[in-house]
Design a protein around this ligand. Sequence first.
Ligand code: 0GY
Length: 306
Amino acid sequence: MGFTKTPGWLDWYENPSLPSFKLPKGAVDAHCHVFGPGVEFPYAPERKYTPCDASKKQLFALRDHLGFSRNVVVQATCHGSDNSALVDALQSSGGQARGVATIRRSITDQELQHLDAIGVRGVRFNFVKRLVDFTPKEELMEIATRISRMGWHVVIYFEAIDLPELWDFFTSLPTIVVVDHMGRPDVSKSVNGPEFGLFIKLMHEHPNIWSKVTCPERLSISGPKALDDEHKAYLDVIPFARYIVEHFPDRVTWGTDWPHPNLKDHMPDDGLLVDWIPHIAPTAELQQQLLVENPMRLYWPEEYKK
Ligand code: 0GY
């Protein structure tokens, strides 16, 4: 079956630069997706967008080009709760990829065990209204309780403005909770202001809550052009990500977000994204925690030794 991309869809950057920043050995790209290919893994009927295809082969080629060792593949909403493309990517990765799935309460224990055996270690709950239809919290809590017994965690995606309303639900989840893209702060507001302050409070008060310090390309208003003498792209996102990395160094992860769904203005050069890392994690120790130790502890705990 052929699929027509959403009008105006931006395809991923074909020839990313080689980053100048050398990733530490064993670095994990802890947030990326596979899309289809649609002929093999059809997009979900309930999807809110139809992307370009972005296959496991292309993802693994990017991993090698940028210097990552492993991937955490996150189920994207265009595939709904059909995790077949994700499962296929994990099975083809030679153990170098683990995953975060989307599931419904109808999933059987046997199916959950199968996902676990393949390398799924978390489920994603999405609250971004342009991406998904509403799921009752009571269903999500039931899922969270089941997966927490398997040692899995919950990944949550929401907009900063919705945090007050979602606070009680998030803080009652019975396992590790990983927030996508720092809870999507509005970076035109102050890093010391009440909106980001609430997110910081969430992390301060709840040691089971982690954050991905990801997606400057999605959050930035200043954009990829360097606005300062040190050639820093996405300058306006740096204070937000750096604050989180420096205050919660053992609860942060980083990923490319390749193939960058739903961007409207520009498609980032993934090499440039890697070069952004030392601006938010300025020491070798912070980089090691962000890129190796933390994601290994979460996704490959059996291999994590410290
Ligand atoms: C991201 C961000 C987005 C999309 C999805 O699953 C998805 O469709 O995550 C978005 O549009 O903000 O993390 O890839």
